[in-house]
Design a protein around this ligand. Structure first.
Ligand SMILES: Cc1cc2nc3c(=O)[nH]c(=O)nc-3n(C[C@H](O)[C@H](O)[C@H](O)COP(=O)(O)OP(=O)(O)OC[C@H]3O[C@@H](n4cnc5c(N)ncnc54)[C@H](O)[C@@H]3O)c2cc1C
Length: 462
């Protein structure tokens, strides 16, 4: 098995080209280097061929071509994955970025979304109808990868994870067959894709339940980094007793520059980014304990939901260096808080930061075996990201991230949210799925016994 496109017979490639309505991009194409870039500038892979699919037939034909020629195959949705799982060296990339459409059904408040859409496109389409689908916090993230891994964001406490709102998916499987999966059809596959990543096939369209969300009250509150321990202790009690309407993720970070006021620039903070979806008339009273903690800076106000979803887009353009480390946490005990203060005070570059996303409210009320997403009992999905535009700082941000993670890992629940992981080995994948791993392997054995879909947080068949 060569796994490489290079060396394939010219007639095989020519025949494949006749089956594709999208574009075939080989290394000699002037667009090749632009097309092979992913969001994380630390990833620099050189595929043998990128197929820019425009329809389901392109996806089926690409899967068959990859399988029949024993190629290593990567599937690219939004290209955001930290570990660069949307791309590979030498093999075939099935690029879904041309597979875009969003159709809102107002009668059922459901939304059909293409396998290659990004979340900003979904928010844009649903907002005029006063609807939203729970997703992540940056609008350029792909619907495909984020959904298949779980989907944590501003609406998690109110409406659950993205997978908790997935009703159906159309998929191309490893043998080239096309199936629709939902709670009645192929229910084993439907279970597996709600957290099990791209291991089971290529999703060409998703159907989501949307919810009535128009304007929200959101934005950040900041305290000097020296107050990290105090704010974290208070935050844990406050948020876990607050109504589901209020979400807030806590962070250690540097204010990198505009749009924040000059006097905050390049200073370190413990911050909370809020999003409230309840009755505006009740917000002031609910938020009073936050204001009583005297934040040094507060910019919380009413805004359209797509605005809270794009608050950080400008700070995080594509192409920066990113190194990720993650774990779930149940508690923010004194030792944990002390480490956050220590490493938060040593953030090495302006864009590097730590986030703890709440897994409480609606997200915690789904059973631990109802989806592969095994840590419903964790209170937080934690992630540490070392970020910087300069490749010369790659080592500094990586080391800070690893050391921060190592200091905290013993206090964690043991595994991490798969979408926040780099390539960290099989034990970490198993820890991520916990008691659900064996069931995922059984489903992988059934639908992809040759591990055709393996450029992912891989569930290895046995
Ligand atoms: C700046 C930034 C912010 C983020 N914020 C959040 C957040 O708030 N909440 C959160 O939950 N996550 C967040 N993430 C993590 C994100 O969920 C993952 O990086 C996810 O993998 C991105 O999906 P993608 O489609 O863009 O990535 P890609 O790199 O294209 O793909 C990632 C994986 O998913 C597979 N895949 C993608 N689309 C499909 C498809 N249609 N069918 C089958 N397999 C597919 C790929 O094969 C690959 O294995 C963030 C990431 C970044 C970089």
């Amino acid at each position: 098995m060569s796994n490489e496109v290079k060396g394939l017979n010219a007639s095989i490639i020519e025949e494949f080209a006749t089956q594709i309505r999208g574009e075939l991009i080989f290394p000699d194409n002037p667009m090749y280097h632009e097309t092979r870039k992913v969001y994380n500038g630390m990833i620099n892979k050189h595929p043998g061929l990128i197929v820019k699919c425009v329809d389901v037939a392109d996806v089926i034909n690409s899967v068959n071509f990859g399988r029949e020629n024993n190629l290593l195959v990567a599937v690219r949705g939004g290209g955001h994955n930290g570990g660069g799982l949307g791309i590979c060296d030498n093999g075939l990339v099935i690029d879904l970025s041309g597979l875009k459409f969003v159709r809102v059904d107002t009668a059922t408040s459901t939304v059909r979304v293409g396998g290659g859409n990004i979340w900003g496109e979904v928010d844009h389409a649903t907002h005029p109808f006063g609807l939203a689908v729970p997703a992540g916090i940056i609008s350029t993230t792909g619907v495909g990868g984020l959904t298949l891994g779980g989907g944590v964001g501003h609406l998690s406490r109110k409406y659950g994870l993205t997978i908790d709102n997935l009703l159906e998916a159309d998929m191309v499987l490893a043998d080239g067959s096309f199936v629709t999966v939902n709670k009645n059809n192929n229910s084993d596959l439907f279970w597996a894709i709600r957290g099990g990543g791209g291991n089971f096939g290529i999703v060409t369209s998703f159907k989501f339940q949307a919810h009535p969300v128009k304007n929200v009250i959101g934005g950040p509150t900041l305290w000097p980094i020296e107050k990290t321990e105090e704010i974290m202790e208070w935050y844990h009690k406050f948020l876990n007793n607050a109504p589901d309407d209020l979400n807030g993720f806590i962070t250690t970070m540097i204010i990198p520059g505009p749009p924040f006021p000059d006097h905050l620039h390049l200073k370190k903070f413990c911050g909370i980014v809020w999003c409230y979806t309840g009755d505006p008339a009740k917000f002031k009273e609910l938020f009073k304990p936050v204001m009583d903690k005297n934040p040094l800076f507060e910019h919380v106000g009413e805004m359209p939901y797509p605005s809270v979803q794009t608050l950080f887009d400008g700070l995080m353009p594509s192409g920066l260096q990113w190194y990720w480390r993650a774990d779930f946490f149940k508690e923010l005990g004194p030792e944990v808080r002390a480490q956050h203060l220590k490493f938060g005070s040593a953030i090495p570059t302006p864009l590097s930061q730590m986030h703890l996303y709440p897994i409480s409210g609606a997200a915690s009320r789904v059973g631990k075996e109802d989806t592969p997403w095994a840590y419903r009992d964790a209170k937080y999905a934690g992630v540490i990201v070392g970020v910087d535009p300069d490749p010369n700082n790659a080592e500094i941000i990586t080391n800070w991230c690893k050391e921060y993670w190592e200091a905290l890992h013993e206090y964690s629940s043991g595994g991490a949210y798969s979408n926040f992981m780099m390539d960290e080995g099989q034990d970490r994948v198993k820890a991520s799925y916990r008691h659900n791993y064996d069931r995922l392997v059984t489903i992988k054995n059934k639908y992809d016994p040759s591990n055709f879909f393996r450029v992912n947080q891989n569930i290895k068949p046995n």
